[in-house]
Design a protein around this ligand. Structure first.
Ligand code: NAD
Length: 285
């Protein structure tokens, strides 16, 4: 089985971004800037934000931290987003979710200018993706496609099953897989919590993408020989270990390629956030 090493691919992407930033800087351009908004003290969010800020620094992206207290009001948050939308040194705006208290995340995400929406969550970018127009694509699904590209696992003409239909992973991933191209052009089936014949759908698939959040949901009897399994799921087990949605040990002798958890899709998400920031910067400098 080919173990799809997300850490290695993410490192390669980050190195490439760093080089392109260095070249532009040497030619006198300013560095890309990513504003990172964190509201409140959620410990997991703090870790995510710290990791993103560190990754920015390593790649040569200036991160502008806005760490606001939990009692921040909606109007204050919207005013900050409006200010960042207008700043020329800010190429991307990242609003770390979830927001505490009564803050309205949807209203805030809609307020981020689509050109600076490096998470790819704004309806304009989602619409662009669905129409096949250029735009900023949600980071985790973009990272999945990048892994397939790096390991030369084309989906063209193959049957792909996506488990999960969330707005940030399942749906955009299904759209990417259905786009024309070598790493698209799949016949895509999206399964969800109400799909009655999950095992049957999976057994027919050449590619299975898991984005559910249930440990060991995908078992060996649900997978055909030599399928490719990409596991987006991140679950914390009672013993503290992380695992994905696939029963990795049971599947590893049956499939052609699979991502581990951790170390598979996870590192790609941050790499794609940096890539989106650089993409936005390149259109602005
Ligand atoms: P979500 O909770 O928004 O969506 C889960 C989806 O799974 C829903 O569409 C639901 O219909 C579907 N589902 C539930 N039970 C199912 C079942 N038995 N069979 C098939 N589908 C079922 O989750 P999300 O935000 O898309 O995240 C999914 C998983 O991916 C989570 O474990 C999350 O932690 C992880 N995740 C990882 C990354 C990363 O960087 N690797 C990024 C985002 C999310």
């Amino acid at each position: 089985m080919l173990l799809i090493d997300g850490k290695k691919v993410a490192l390669a992407v980050r190195r490439e971004l760093h080089e392109s930033i260095d070249r532009a800087r040497a030619a006198g351009r300013r560095a890309p800037g990513l504003a990172v908004i964190l509201v409140g003290d959620d410990p997991a969010s703090k870790v995510y934000v710290r990791n993103k800020e560190r990754a920015c620094a390593e790649a040569g992206i200036v991160s502008l931290p806005y760490h606001l207290p939990a009692h921040t009001r909606q109007e204050e948050l919207l005013a900050l987003i409006a200010e960042l939308n207008g700043r020329h040194d800010v190429d991307g705006i990242l609003l770390q979710l979830p927001l505490p208290g009564d803050l309205n995340a949807t209203q805030c995400l809609l307020a981020i200018h689509p050109d600076k929406d490096v998470d790819g969550f704004h309806p304009e970018n989602v619409g662009r993706l669905s129409l096949g127009l250029p735009g900023l694509v949600s980071c985790t699904p973009a990272g999945v496609i990048e892994l397939l590209r790096y390991y030369k696992l084309p989906t063209q003409g193959r049957k792909a099953v996506v488990l999960g239909r969330s707005d940030i992973v399942g749906k955009p991933l299904a759209m990417l897989l259905g786009r024309p191209g070598e790493y698209g052009d799949a016949t895509v089936t999206v399964c969800h919590s109400r799909t009655p014949d999950l095992a049957e759908q999976c057994r027919a698939a050449d590619f299975i993408f898991l984005a559910v959040g249930k440990p060991k949901l995908l078992t060996a009897d649900m997978v055909k020989e030599q399928a490719v399994v990409v596991d987006v799921g991140i679950n914390r087990l009672p013993d503290g270990h992380l695992c994905g949605d696939a029963d990795f040990e049971a599947l590893k002798d049956k499939v052609a390629a699979m991502t581990p958890v951790p170390g598979g899709v996870g590192p790609m998400t941050i790499a794609m956030l940096l890539r989106n920031t650089v993409q936005s910067w390149q259109t602005r400098v």
